[in-house]
Design a protein around this ligand. Structure first.
Ligand SMILES: [Zn+2]
Length: 562
């Protein structure tokens, strides 16, 4: 039993562990590890936290920040389609069509500290301080608020670390040590600046997000999973504990940070999505091509494209896009502003009904009146095509096991609602556990012939996101319920506002997680509502070409662009 609610000035501290899953946490706790996380679970309420569909960090962290589905906040992927073109651009916080919680809290006079939320560049002018996340092009960009904050951080802790800056090698098996070192550096750096900034200023709401738990699982899952097709006993004997070690280091950080807050503070440990293994990936555009939905240019180009592809891969490693652009021109294809971001240039649009873009199973219909060379009529032809695609996707089988590859295909309106559905894909493919897609700049989009069908094993990408993330919360206003069910990432923003005594915007999709909150507090504080928080995204929402290249390099290093 807790004492009566005493807190007059409730504060909330959120530690984000990107991609953290109970599938890793529970077994470690059973072994007596992760003492701090175990203690917070024991003293409060915890449960799975359902992510967004797709469970992709930019979408999920924006839903965390806004309490809304992507149809209202407008971010459906790392990438977005440019209107009236087939070109892709990178999203950042300027594409967000809703106020984030730190803006609402700042307006209400609360002091905030926001560190490293994905999709938060450029930083907002908050009442407090803010450091943008991995959508920041680089440390020469204005990514801190106030601007001079970076100088101070740099002097004390060195150059800012956005992600695991060591980058991901072409072959993870050859540079495992370096990669793991980078991951541990990220934890250390994030912990140091978080501790420092939490002490430096008074705050009412503080968020810090660690990415290490995500990165290590993407690349090292195969070392820990004997069923993984790329499981290599020799590597596994050396690296079987890499993921566990990262979780243990994160637990140390959680312990230090959670112990440093006062008794008026609610502590929330959360992730934006869960994690699981990837055994095989579907090359969606290749598959669409095989099924007759998509047509690539003449086959005679393939050899040439193949050569070019190897070249591009080499060059992209060095990030010399000008030369790449020159090479592309040699192919005598279209002219594009940002050549890199139109990898589907080898598609014959007039014969293409559907294509995949972005980083997570997004299918677009080549719709007349919307796409520049759209050929599918809106209305019944569009609906029929979506219907046919769904049933064809559901038929995709792994030839080796006979297992179904696709779990479900969503129509956009089944998942999203709001004013920004025009930015959403027409269909979203959700894969069964063990499968994933690569709709990225790669052989898939260039249309290069693959040997042996459309399902492949990737060596470097052995884990990917799952819908179930984590929520662990404890503090003066939180009940000791143990496991709870039904929490979603969109519930965090309204719950935080409620805990801090503020009204909840009417247009938030999430609910206040009342069941975890102290009865006395709930009976004394009815939930109140306030006006909508929709904002039109800022007009200058494009990165410069230079910045776009840096973002591309970072996402490539993180494995999102193969
Ligand atoms: Zn994530």
């Amino acid at each position: 039993m807790k004492n009566t609610v005493r807190t007059n000035k409730p504060k909330v501290f959120i530690i984000g562990l990107d991609g953290a899953t109970f599938d890793i946490i529970h077994p470690l706790i059973e072994k007596g590890k992760l003492r701090n996380i175990a203690r917070l679970m024991k003293n409060g309420s915890w449960g799975k936290l359902r992510s967004t569909i797709p469970p992709l960090s930019p979408v999920a962290w924006t839903s965390f920040a806004t309490g809304k589905n992507a149809g209202k906040h407008g971010i459906f992927d790392f990438l977005r389609r440019e209107p009236d073109s087939y070109q892709m651009r990178f999203n950042n916080a300027n594409s967000r069509c809703s106020k984030p919680i730190w803006a609402l809290l700042s307006e209400a006079g609360k002091k905030v500290g926001i560190i490293n939320v994905t999709m938060s560049y450029p930083p907002d002018k908050v009442n407090g301080l803010m450091i943008s996340g991995m959508d920041t092009p680089g440390d020469e960009s204005p990514f801190t608020y106030p601007l001079e904050l970076y100088q101070e951080i740099k002097e004390k802790f060195g150059k800012y670390i956005f992600t695991t800056e060591s980058g991901v090698p072409e072959d993870i098996d050859r540079e495992t040590e370096k990669f793991i070192r980078g991951i541990h550096n990220e934890i250390k750096y994030r912990l140091n600046i978080t501790e420092y900034l939490m002490q430096r200023n008074a705050w009412d709401f503080f968020v810090t997000i660690f990415l290490a738990s995500d990165s290590v699982c993407h690349f090292c899952w195969k070392y820990t999973d004997i069923n993984h097709p790329n499981y290599n006993p020799k590597m596994a004997s050396k690296y079987a504990n890499v993921i566990d070690n990262v979780y243990e280091k994160l637990d140390d950080a959680v312990g230090k940070l959670a112990d440093s807050v006062d008794e008026d503070t609610t502590v929330i440990i959360m992730s934006d999505h869960g994690f699981g293994p990837v055994y095989k990936v579907l090359y969606i555009n290749r598959w669409l091509c095989d099924k007759g939905y998509l047509k690539f240019a003449e086959k005679s180009n393939y050899r040439r494209l193949h050569r070019m592809f190897s070249y591009v891969k080499r060059e992209l490693k060095k990030v010399v896009p000008e030369q790449f652009v020159e090479k592309r021109k040699e192919l005598g294809r279209r002219k594009h502003k940002s050549q890199i971001m139109n990898p589907l240039y080898n598609v014959k649009w007039v014969e293409t009904k559907a294509f995949s873009e972005g980083t997570y199973g997004a299918i677009f219909i080549n719709l007349k009146g919307r796409e520049p060379e759209g050929m599918v009529k809106p209305g019944s032809a569009y609906e029929q095509l979506r219907h046919q695609l769904i049933s064809d996707f559901m038929e995709v089988k792994d030839p080796e096991s006979g297992d179904s590859v696709v779990r479900k295909v969503y129509k956009t309106e089944e998942v999203f609602h709001g004013n920004y559905l025009d930015k959403a894909p027409d269909l979203l493919v959700e894969f069964n556990d063990g499968y994933d897609s690569v709709g990225k700049f790669n052989k898939d989009q260039l249309g290069i012939e693959l040997e042996g069908g459309c399902l492949y094993q990737l060596n470097n990408w052995s884990g990917n996101h799952r819908l179930d993330g984590i929520l662990i919360t404890s503090g003066p206003l939180v009940r000791e319920l143990g496991e709870i069910k039904g929490a979603e990432i969109i519930d965090i923003a309204p719950t935080v506002l409620y805990l801090m005594g503020l009204p909840v915007p009417k247009d938030m999709d999430g609910k206040v997680l009342k069941e975890i909150i102290d009865d006395d507090y709930v009976s004394m504080n009815p939930i109140t509502f306030t006006e909508d928080t929709k904002v039109d995204h800022r007009k200058d929402n494009n990165y410069s070409q230079d910045d776009e290249k840096k973002i591309e390099e970072r996402l490539r290093n993180l494995g999102y662009l193969a």
